[in-house]
Design a protein around this ligand. Structure first.
Ligand code: HDE
Length: 691
């Protein structure tokens, strides 16, 4: 039927009559003439079943979602490379560490643990830090977290742990939050989780950016050299950007202002060419060293302090390319700790051993086919040759009839397929002599796993004072959301074993009596402290503003010279000046020029910036005194302990926001750039009641 007016085609865009490369087709390659109207019997008649264009399009759409990950559903990822610093062949035959300067492509995904795929980026939560190395000997997946210990010692407890932290089964809430009854009930009954709880309640779980997090492989692994000699190893990622966290109140407000805050930050940094970088380091040790420790290196609730065994840098990872497609890459990437390459091997850590089964199984459920390794983001970048065949969504088209091994088809001149490689192929390290003895079959935990509190105490006591206060604050916050009083009491009893003063502070914050210490399976020891564990005054505290966002609040009449000089200074220091104005079109400065805004004030609260500068004239200040968003902008920056640089004329706005003079409150040019690199912890007791 002829189309009698423009509106029947509904497509105001371009059409392609001839160019086959650009034409719209069905999945069968059939050119589509009209993508706007269903096939109907008459202009106002019923839709016809024969409309294969419609049916295919809707059918595909209906199946677009796949099951989200049961944990770590919310994630953001990027491509990049790993570059080895040196030849490590004395320790390992792994191809990626074989020479200085050798580059191996990587795909790295960061995630929260508890929330669903659509949850916010800044809850208090552990972060996943998963790296897929596409080595020439196959894929190696180092699937770690931003915390070096874990909640449990044995994989069999994992489903219970995760059930307890996810939204409560009857209510369907809270989403992405550990502050509820079931989580703390499980934790109180699981003393081995205490060390991890100290980390989880510390500032580590409210990171400022994915770029400012450390990463850890957690378990003890093995490196194995060409002679078959093995060395135990723990893996560490240290961000070149430094480690930085937020205040809790700030993290909560970011969740509302920008639920995608971390995803956006990573994407924009890479997009602007500011490539985040981490150094990979190892703690390598032998069996004798392992035996000398007062805890078991197979126990994932323990660390080896850096003061005892320094971290040796062995390479760097640079993330320099955003994914082209979120679903195809970030969603479909399938990490498996069992993906290991010759030169690296597992240890007997019972948590790691359980993971070796779980991830392969979960990928089949999530991606729907045993051929998930053929999806481009999962496919190794070296040849894959074996006799595995068929299955759902098979993409390979093998030739010939050799689909078994051994075969002698080559003797008849036929293609025989690949053969095993005993010398260069992956061989499992036999383990230490004691491990080779077959023991009785037992469901038992070794005595060496019994001390659940000494390292929790060491961690807490190693923190800087403000960080200790934040741990106490977080515990009070979380336990205040727990309705079951006996659960709060049990957690308090466990905390007494960590540090009686901490327990007393938390009990006071809850206004509850301090119970006596819970029974312990092993005596609690006072281990040497490890200042390397601190963020504040720690070895990775950032020293400058490189890579950060500094908000500059302007309005009509702002001083042109001062504002432009400030922007130049911020950018000169390698940071991003985000111009915030009452209107997105910008502000007319004192010299009549228009300064375009990057963000409108209502859409860019100061929680999104690392520091703020308020460059206002007297008139601009008078106007913004009547704008709650402007007052809140300054008040929050002060409350979140950030640097505030302000013009003299902006003083009434600072006064209204309750800003009091301190080292973090400066003019626009006297020391603001230096101040912007810091948080002013001394200010905190004046703005927040800390337990
Ligand atoms: Fe995971 N974990 N996990 N986990 N994990 C998953 O695999 C599991 C554990 C970690 O960005 C799942 O693909 C068990 C420790 C990260 O895609 C699942 C146990 C550590 C990611 C799974 C653990 C992690 C996962 C869900 C107890 C830090 C996200 C979806 C033995 C070293 C990877 C998936 C990504 C994901 C199981 C414990 C880190 C179900 C059974 C310890 C970073 O297979």
């Amino acid at each position: 039927m002829a189309k009698d007016n423009d509106f029947t085609t509904g497509n105001g865009g371009e059409t392609h009559q001839t160019a086959t490369a650009e034409r719209l087709t069905t999945n069968q390659g059939i050119p589509v003439s009209d993508n706007q109207n269903q096939l109907k019997a008459g202009a106002r008649g019923p839709v016809l079943l024969e409309d294969f264009v419609l049916r295919e399009k809707i059918f595909h759409f209906d199946h677009e979602r796949i099951p989200e990950r049961i944990v770590h559903a919310r994630g953001s990822a990027a491509h990049g490379y790993f570059e080895s610093y040196e030849d490590l062949s004395d320790l390992t035959s792994a191809d990626l560490f074989s020479e200085a300067g050798k580059r191996t492509p990587v795909f790295t995904r960061f995630s929260t643990v508890a929330g669903g795929a659509g949850s916010v980026d800044t809850p208090r939560d552990v972060r996943g830090f998963a790296v897929k190395f596409y080595t020439q000997d196959g894929n190696w997946d180092l699937v770690g977290n931003n915390i070096p210990v874990f909640f449990i010692q044995d994989a069999i407890k994992f489903p219970d742990l995760i059930h307890s932290v996810k939204m409560e089964a009857d209510k369907g809430y809270p989403q992405a939050a550990s502050a509820h009854d079931t989580f703390w009930d499980f934790i109180g009954l699981m003393p081995e989780s205490t060390h991890m709880i100290m980390w989880a309640m510390s500032d580590r779980t409210i990171p400022r950016s994915l770029r400012t997090m450390q990463g850890f492989g957690i378990h003890t692994f093995r490196l194995v050299n060409a002679e078959g000699q093995s060395t135990f190893v723990k893996f560490h990622w240290k961000p070149k950007q430094g480690v930085q966290s937020t205040c809790w109140d700030e993290a909560v407000k970011i969740a509302g202002a920008d639920p995608d805050y971390h995803r956006r930050d990573l994407f924009e940094a890479i997009d602007m060419g500011d490539f985040p970088e981490w150094e990979l380091g190892i703690q390598a040790f032998d069996e004798e060293f392992a035996d000398s420790l007062p805890y078991d290196v197979l126990d994932s609730t323990k660390i080896i302090p850096e003061e005892l065994l320094p971290v040796r840098p062995i390479g760097r990872m640079v993330l320099d390319r955003n994914p082209d497609n979120f679903f195809a890459e970030t969603e479909q990437v399938a990490y498996c700790p069992a993906n290991i390459v010759p030169g690296i091997d597992f240890s007997n850590d019972p948590l790691l051993q359980g993971r070796l089964f779980s991830y392969l199984d979960t990928q089949l459920k999530r991606l729907g086919s045993t051929n998930f390794h053929q999806i481009p983001i999962n496919a190794p970048k070296c040849p894959v040759m074996n006799f595995q065949r068929d299955g759902h969504m098979q993409m390979a088209v093998p030739k010939g009839r050799a689909n078994y091994e051994p075969n002698s088809l080559s003797q008849a001149g036929e293609e025989a397929g690949p053969r095993e490689c005993p010398v260069k192929g992956f061989t499992t390290h036999p383990g230490r002599a004691a491990e080779q003895e077959q023991g009785d079959k037992l469901r038992i935990r070794p005595e060496s796993f019994a001390d659940h509190y000494s390292q929790a105490r060491m961690f807490f006591r190693s923190l800087a004072e403000p960080e200790q206060a934040h741990v106490a604050f977080a515990l009070v916050f979380e336990l205040s959301k727990v309705g079951l009083e006996h659960v709060r009491t049990r957690v308090l009893s466990n905390l007494v074993n960590v540090d009686p003063d901490l327990a007393a502070r938390v009990a006071d914050g809850l206004n509850m009596p301090l119970p006596k210490a819970s029974e312990t399976a092993a005596p609690v020891q006072d281990l040497d402290l490890s200042p390397a564990l601190r963020i504040i005054e720690g070895p990775l505290e950032p020293e400058d503003i490189e890579g950060r966002s500094i908000a500059v609040l302007v309005a009509d009449g702002s001083d042109a010279d001062a504002t432009k000089a400030l922007i130049g200074a911020i950018e000169g220091a390698g940071a991003r000046a985000v111009i915030v104005a009452p209107k997105i079109g910008g502000a007319k400065l004192s010299d009549g020029s228009l300064l375009k805004a990057d963000a409108q004030l209502a859409g860019y609260p100061s929680v999104l910036a690392d520091a703020i500068a308020v460059s206002l004239s007297a008139e601009g200040t008078a106007m913004l005194l009547k704008e709650a968003a402007a007052v809140q902008f300054v008040m929050d920056a002060f409350g979140h302990l950030k640097a505030i640089g302000a013009s003299d004329a902006a003083k009434p706005l600072l006064d209204k926001a309750g800003v009091e003079a301190d080292a973090g409150v400066t003019g626009l040019d006297d020391g603001f750039i230096d101040a912007a690199a810091k948080r002013f912890w001394d200010r905190e007791p004046g703005v927040r009641m800390l337990p």
